[in-house]
Design a protein around this ligand. Structure first.
Ligand code: ZN
Length: 124
């Protein structure tokens, strides 16, 4: 019996809330398809939720990009001091690895330390 009283009290509370809301609401319109309108709102909310999630992902990506940039900034060709000169042609390179790669491709052999000439005049 006590539980029933409690349920009734809750029901009365809900009804009074609904009654207050109805007083504030515009009149019920017979021509309006309220079921369809509420479905539209549900779908609209769903779309909004997806947009929020997408924005949150973008923010996370941007924050990651700010703390650890994925792309290393490359120096321009004229900013690199080209101290490694090829002993087989006039080409100069900024690193031994680049020179070795050049020798492999152009002269069909791997550059060894003995063939690497360091041109200090090209250092910045
Ligand atoms: Zn060469």
């Amino acid at each position: 019996m006590l539980q029933e009283d409690h349920q009734n009290a809750n029901m009365n509370k809900i009804i009074s809330i609904i009654n207050k809301a109805i007083k504030k609401c515009p009149q019920y319109e017979q021509s309006q398809n309220y079921l369809l309108e509420s479905r539209k709102i549900v779908l609209f909310n769903e779309g909004l939720r997806e947009q929020i999630l997408k924005c949150q992902d973008e923010i996370r990506e941007l924050q990651k990009e700010m703390t650890q940039p994925s792309k290393k900034l490359r120096r321009k060709a004229n900013e690199i001091s080209k101290k490694y000169r090829c002993s087989n042609c006039e080409k100069k390179y900024g690193s031994e690895a680049s020179l070795n790669l050049h020798c492999k491709i152009k002269h069909a052999f791997s550059e060894t330390d003995s063939k690497t000439q360091i041109d200090h005049s090209f250092q910045i």
